[in-house]
Design a protein around this ligand. Sequence first.
Ligand code: ADP
Length: 263
Amino acid sequence: RGDKAEPVIPFAQPGSLTRVYAVASGKGGVGKSSVTVNLAASLAARGLSVGVLDADIYGHSVPRMMGTDARPTQVDSMIMPPQAHGVKIISVAMFTTGNTPVVWRGPMLHRALQQFLADVFWGDLDVLLLDLPPGTGDVAISIAQLIPGAEILVVTTPQTAAAEVAERAGAIALQTRQRVAGVIENMAGLTLPDGTVLDVFGSGGGEQVAARLTRAVGADVPLLGQIPLDPQLREAGDAGTPVVLSDPDSPTGAALRGIADRL
Ligand code: ADP
């Protein structure tokens, strides 16, 4: 037919041993990227071979949170991903100059993702985490087409209004027939210096999304864990060393490690 052969995506091949998780959220700013880098760093610290594909073209903050500004190198026809904290990382940010915003449209984005998945030398990964843009947009659909076996992790805040939006991000799995691996509640209670806990963003959102998605997809969707609102998490991300590494035994580090253990 004269068409070029479709690029081969190793994670989509039958018998692939890589578990692929697409980390999704209903809206931006709920901590999706922070959760992604902490889970990745935690799994790598446990000795697993881990990759992160930062597909959040609007937010792309993974390299900064992982403390790297390295660029990929090319060897023959393969793109070699830089590593940080033992995690292989590819981000759209690595293919832009300066802080230029990326304005890609659907088809281009699909092709870029295809290339990141097929032409990057990921090696034999145990786990690949995909940091999706917020919402139920083109990227989620593309991922479902490119890696049908990818499972979805939904990040939400405890706020019940936000939970409804998060639920929509998870419900896309119904259309794409993907498994929803679980819900992660981020920005839960903030512990004040006197020990009292302040529910800045309310409570119950994680439970609500898990229960509703369980009903929607007709399979158990667990609440995998609750991560406190904690300035230390933000500071660690800003400094480029995820809190699971900088302070693994803090309540926040422990909550994140507990979630990684359940993946
Ligand atoms: P998203 O990827 O959903 O847009 P980010 O991971 O970029 O969200 O997080 C948004 C901001 O909130 C960042 O500045 C991050 O450091 C901060 N943040 C995320 N989770 C927490 C938390 N549990 N406690 C404190 N700050 C957080």
